[in-house]
Write a protein that binds this ligand. Structure first.
Ligand code: BG6
Ligand code: MG
Length: 224
């Protein structure tokens, strides 16, 4: 097993933006007469903005009520609210252990990329003060197919010049783990091991992101 690159999801792996997405969608859905709760919000993790709106409309039985242009207007409104909420993000919002892990893999010479579904990924990375660690951050606006499609991970690997089989992808969402596996990469899941069971390794928290442990555990799991 040769690992040359680490490819990170952003939301839920480097910082927890799920609550901000939730608050922005909740108001937006309420204006359409649809109520969403935090449990439903879980199903939107890793899902693109427009696909999230589609899921909300289906939940409210309103999937046939809007034209594509109207949907775009609704999605833009949600984004305006989200962008307002994330203005308060700072380096203090990095999840535990994330910066130490980024520093350790940067010092060890690995390529580092970001494969987020969020069109706000660059802005959030800057607010977190970690954008300088990344050799490449995929612009979600250039990705045609949402996770679980592997496109965003393949683009990230290509941009840093590393073959997928030499990449480790890190994700907190089931759709993201599926995307990593379809890309032919090693998958590290961070979060619930029942939800992320397909990943090669599942860590309970980002505090467990340690280079040597990941490489050892991957070797063990692959040789099993
Ligand atoms: C993902 C989040 O990273 O990005 C989703 O997990 C979100 O909840 C998606 O919908 C798209 O984000 P944005 O910022 O482009 O609306
Ligand atoms: Mg995520």
């Amino acid at each position: 097993m040769k690992v040359s690159a680490f490819i990170f999801d952003l939301d839920g792996v480097l910082t927890d933006t799920a609550e901000f997405h939730y608050l922005a969608w909740k108001d937006c859905a309420a204006a359409l007469g649809i109520e969403i709760d935090r449990e439903f919000n879980e199903t939107l993790k890793g899902i693109s903005r427009i696909d999230s709106l589609e899921r909300i409309l289906i939940l409210g039985g309103r999937q046939n009520d809007f034209t594509p242009t109207e949907k775009e207007i609704i999605a833009n409104k949600k984004n305006d609210a989200y962008v307002e909420l994330i203005k308060k993000i700072s380096p203090a919002d990095l999840l535990p252990g994330v910066e130490d892990f980024l520093r350790s893999i940067a010092d060890a010479g690995y390529k580092i990329a970001m494969a987020s579904a969020s069109k706000n990924a660059m802005a959030v990375s800057k607010l977190l003060g970690i954008d300088h660690y990344f050799h490449h951050i995929v612009d979600a606006a250039t990705v045609a197919q949402s996770k679980p499609h592997p496109e965003v991970f393949l683009k990230a690997a290509d941009a840093v010049g590393v073959a997928p089989e030499n990449c480790i992808g890190i994700e907190d969402a089931a759709a993201g783990v599926d995307a990593i596996l379809s890309a032919g990469m090693y998958a590290v899941g961070v979060g619930d091991k029942d939800i992320l069971s397909k990943a090669h390794i599942v860590l309970e928290s980002t505090a467990q992101l340690k280079l040597n442990n990941i490489l050892e555990e991957l070797n063990e799991n692959i040789c099993k």
